[in-house]
Each structure stands twice: as structure tokens, then as C-alpha cells.
Design a protein around this ligand. Structure first.
Ligand SMILES: Cc1cc2nc3c(=O)[nH]c(=O)nc-3n(C[C@H](O)[C@H](O)[C@H](O)COP(=O)(O)OP(=O)(O)OC[C@H]3O[C@@H](n4cnc5c(N)ncnc54)[C@H](O)[C@@H]3O)c2cc1C
Length: 472
């Protein structure tokens, strides 16, 4: 069989089998190279393992001190490639600084792709106008040009539902086009602190071993605040429901409900009974079939899951195993119903559904009370739409800045809010907002030689507005 690929093969490889609108395609030359088999296959060199292993001393395991290779040096380092991290990295890059994005899995999108969390919730204000714009809106516009990329766009109060593979495609295209340096399959395990106590990069573990990336400023978009915790920032450790989202294939039925809480919250009106639940998490999987996705005959089934500690690896493992068994058993119940005989588990999310784990102690801690009171902030960097009965609210820049640690910003679900409000600030579009703001602020730290604490807020907000963000 020939090793040469046809243009059609390439497009299918790029789009995961989905046809792609010409306007959003990468030039074929940009990707053709990776599919050529090339020469130079075979052994590289004989080697002896060069790691410095930990040693057992009595009942203690001790790691020796050692110098780490520096993998890369950059202006802005963003750790975590989820909604917040991708928005942060793209926003910083647009300000002309060098940006490096590091992600522990092999794709971008975080829970919005790897977690199969497909609904883009609090986009709209109570008057149905879209209040979250900027880079997140740009991502959705790109999804809009793809067949089976996104449904329910611009139909407030209904929320858009994305396709995870289309979203991975869009994000991969955007980071390549932007000229971002990206390292995938790279897990941030420590912060690097200089002699003044400021964060100067992070340590990563990958198949290349333990390496350092040095940076002028770091954005922690890991969702779990892994880097700010390692740097010594104060935070609140929280427990929340941990579920596992799945997709069911070959299904045309959708779950019906007497009222959709999200829809009711957004419209302020009583909702028509028996609408689809549209992604609301199910408490029990007693034959639930979920709600529609952009892919034909395919539903996604959100899961609430039990309360757990996302920083407890034994508990996370137990949930991963038991949730997958529950999902399989549920589809067997679904198949038992007439008309659903051919339904099957299309996929379980590769990423466990962690809602919250760490909440930063920021210079400002945004509270549910402030949101209810419609508090206005002089350093507002964005706005959240209303969600599940919660009001729309402004988000202050200083909720991204740690109380003590220097040279680091937080973005996404681990920013400084109280626990009740975190249920909204953790949602995908709000993570876009805090990510974009953290990215621009980080770029200003480089261009204006300042720190996150001393960023000129008026400049930050004017750049965000110019990028299309709505600040309330
Ligand atoms: C079950 C469930 C259902 C949900 N439903 C909805 C919904 O319908 N609509 C909605 O808007 N929101 C929903 N959410 C919330 C939303 O999906 C997430 O809160 C949001 O994706 C958070 O974005 P983030 O970028 O802050 O974090 P994440 O999406 O978690 O992304 C963080 C990224 O960082 C990477 N990472 C983590 N640690 C490291 C490390 N140490 N080193 C390198 N990389 C690291 C991760 O792999 C990941 O890619 C749901 C969440 C869950 C769990």
C-alpha cells in the first residue's frame, strides 16, 4: 500500500472524519509533513538509564538533589490547556510576547473536550443578550463553520452544545496559527521560585523526564491550582461532586423533564414542560439517555457523581472505575427499552469530571453575596451571564492575583471565589473570560516590566475591550 496520502485522507485525518469548511482549514503544507514516513527510522544510540532514582532510607523515600535540564525559556508560561489556559495563551500571544502552553493530556480543551462537557452555559444575561464574547466567542464562531461542530448557537436562552472532536480541531488550529509553543503530555509538578520568592517557571514530568521551563510570568490554568499550591500560595481545599460524562451512540430518544432549571434561570420565564434536559447533570443513571449533541443520533449524558476529593488519588481511581461500570450498566437498561435496542456506549470521557478542588486566596475573593448585590469593581475584567437562578455579575482582576505569591496569575475554575459562586465561575465561558484576562495581564507584565500585582488595570481593560470582551 502506498504511503502517500491523498488530500481527502489528510482532511479526514485533520477533522477526525468530519468535513471541514474551507475558511477554517490549515494550509495543507502546514500539516502534510507529519504524515510522510520519512527516512531515519531505527536505533538512535545505545544508552544506560541516566535518571537519579529515589532511595529507600529506612521507611523514608528520599529524592536526591539534582540539576534539571531546561527544556525551554519563554516570556509567558501557561500551565493547563483547558478553556482558561487556551484563552490565556492566545490572548497573551496576541500582545506580541512569546507564550508557551503546557498540557498534561494529548489534546487541548480540558473538561470541555476531554471531559465531554459539551454545554456552554452562562453566556447570556437575563435580557438574553450575550455577555461573554472575546476569544471564547471566536472559538464558537470557528465551530460554527464546521459541519457537526456546534448546535443551538445564538438561540438564547438555549445554550450552545459543542462537539468535543470539532473543538479539539479548532483549538489545535488556533494555537498553531498563533505561533504558540505547545508541550502536550507534560505534567506540571512543581513551581520554580527565584531568590526573591517570585515564580520563575515550572517543573514538568513527561516521557522526556523531569525538565524545567523558565518564564518571566506564569499563569496557572490547571483547574486544580497545582502550580500556585506548589509555589506556596494560600487556598481553600474543597470537595465537590465528581462525575464522568459519556456519549451514547445510535439513539434518537432524549431525556425529558418537567422543567429545565438552566433554561428557566436564563429566560426568567416558566419553561414548557417536557423539554430536553439539555445537559443538566443526572443524579442517578436509571436508564437515562441524556440530550442531543451536534453529532447525529448521539447524546451526551452528564453525571453528577458522588462528593469527593479531587486531590485524593485513591478516591479518584475508585470513581474512574465505578463510574465506567455504572455507565455501561445504564446503557444496558437503555437498550432494554423498545426502539433503543441498537444504542451503545460511544465513549466515556477520558477525563474524570472534577468540578472544584482548590480555590485561591486572592487579593480579592469574589463572593456570591457580591454577585447578588451586583457589586461593581473598578478592576472588572469580565462578566458572567446568569446561570441556574444565579445573577449575572462582574469579575474583578484581583480575584486572579494570589494574596502572597509573586509573578503568578490564576485563571479558570481555581480562581479566588467563595464556594457558592465557584459553581458559576467554574463554567466554561467564565473560564474563557478569566483566562483571556490573565493572558493579557501576563503579557503586560512582560512588555511593561511589572508584576501581576502592579499591572496597570486601565491598560488591561482597554486591551480586553479592544479584543472584543464585555466587562459589564
Ligand atoms: C461533570 C461536569 C459537568 C460540567 N458541565 C458543564 C456544562 O454543562 N457547561 C459548562 O459551561 N461547564 C460545565 N462544567 C464545568 C467546566 O467544564 C469546567 O469547570 C471548565 O472546563 C474549567 O475550565 P478550566 O480551564 O479552568 O479547567 P479544566 O477544563 O479542568 O482544564 C484544565 C487543564 O489543565 C490540565 N492540567 C491539570 N493539571 C495539570 C498539570 N499539573 N500540568 C499540566 N496540565 C494540567 C488538564 O489536563 C486540563 O486540560 C462541568 C464540569 C464537570 C466536571
Amino acid at each position: 500500500m502506498s504511503d502517500d496520502l491523498t488530500r481527502r485522507d489528510l482532511l479526514q485525518a485533520l477533522a477526525g472524519g468530519t468535513l471541514v469548511a474551507a475558511s477554517t482549514m490549515l494550509p495543507i503544507t502546514a500539516v502534510a509533513q507529519q504524515f510522510n514516513r520519512g527516512s531515519g527510522r531505527g536505533p538512535i544510540a545505545d544508552a544506560t538509564g541516566s535518571r537519579t532514582p529515589a532511595t529507600l532510607r529506612g521507611d523514608q523515600v528520599v529524592q536526591p538533589e539534582r540539576a534539571l535540564p531546561v527544556l525551554h525559556t519563554t516570556d509567558v508560561l501557561v500551565v493547563g490547556g483547558g478553556p482558561a489556559g487556551t484563552a490565556a495563551a492566545l490572548a497573551a500571544r496576541r500582545q506580541g510576547v512569546e507564550v508557551t502552553l503546557v498540557e498534561r493530556y494529548g489534546h487541548l480543551g480540558g473538561l470541555a473536550t476531554g471531559g465531554l462537557v459539551l454545554a456552554i452555559f452562562p453566556l447570556y444575561g437575563s435580557d438574553r443578550r450575550q455577555v461573554i464574547l472575546g476569544i471564547g466567542e471566536e472559538m464558537m464562531r470557528r465551530l460554527d463553520t464546521l459541519k457537526f461542530g456546534i448546535i443551538e448557537r445564538n438561540k438564547a436562552p438555549e445554550y450552545p452544545i459543542v462537539d468535543a472532536e470539532a473543538f479539539k480541531y479548532v483549538l489545535a488550529s488556533m494555537v498553531i496559527e498563533a505561533g504558540l509553543k505547545v508541550f502536550l503530555n507534560c505534567w506540571g509538578v512543581d513551581a520554580i521560585i527565584d531568590s526573591t520568592g517570585a515564580v520563575r517557571g515550572a517543573v514538568f514530568e513527561s516521557k522526556s523526564g523531569r525538565q524545567a521551563i523558565l518564564a518571566k510570568v506564569v499563569v496557572d490554568a490547571s483547574g486544580d491550582g497545582d502550580i500556585y499550591a506548589a509555589a506556596g500560595a494560600a487556598y481553600t481545599r474543597v470537595k465537590d461532586n465528581i462525575g464522568l460524562v459519556s456519549r451514547i451512540g445510535n439513539i434518537d430518544e432524549i431525556d425529558m423533564t418537567g422543567g429545565d432549571e438552566h433554561l428557566a434561570a436564563a429566560s426568567g420565564q416558566p419553561v414548557t414542560p417536557r423539554r430536553p434536559t439539555r445537559g443538566a447533570p443526572t443524579m442517578t443513571l436509571d436508564g437515562k439517555v441524556g440530550s442531543p449533541t451536534p453529532a447525529p443520533h448521539t447524546n451526551w449524558l452528564n453525571m453528577m457523581g458522588p462528593v469527593g476529593d479531587a486531590l485524593d488519588i485513591a478516591q479518584m481511581t475508585e470513581f474512574e472505575l465505578k463510574h465506567r461500570i455504572a455507565i455501561w450498566n445504564n446503557v444496558e437498561r437503555v437498550r432494554a427499552k423498545a426502539g433503543n435496542e441498537q444504542a451503545f456506549v460511544l465513549e466515556t470521557a477520558p477525563q474524570l469530571g472534577v468540578r472544584l478542588s482548590r480555590l485561591l486566596h486572592g487579593v480579592t475573593v469574589l463572593t456570591a453575596e457580591q454577585a447578588r448585590a451586583q457589586t461593581k469593581f473598578e478592576d472588572a475584567i469580565g462578566y458572567s451571564g446568569s446561570y441556574a437562578g444565579q445573577p449575572e455579575f462582574q469579575i474583578p482582576y484581583r480575584a486572579l492575583v494570589p494574596q502572597k505569591v509573586e509573578n503568578l496569575l490564576a485563571a479558570g475554575r481555581c480562581i479566588a471565589t467563595d464556594f457558592p459562586l465557584a459553581d458559576t465561575t467554574r463554567l466554561i465561558p467564565v473560564c474563557w473570560v478569566t483566562g483571556e484576562a490573565a493572558g493579557v495581564a501576563a503579557s503586560l507584565c512582560v512588555t511593561d516590566r511589572c508584576t501581576p500585582r502592579t499591572v496597570e488595570v486601565a491598560k488591561l481593560t482597554s486591551i480586553l475591550r479592544a479584543q472584543g470582551a464585555y466587562l459589564g
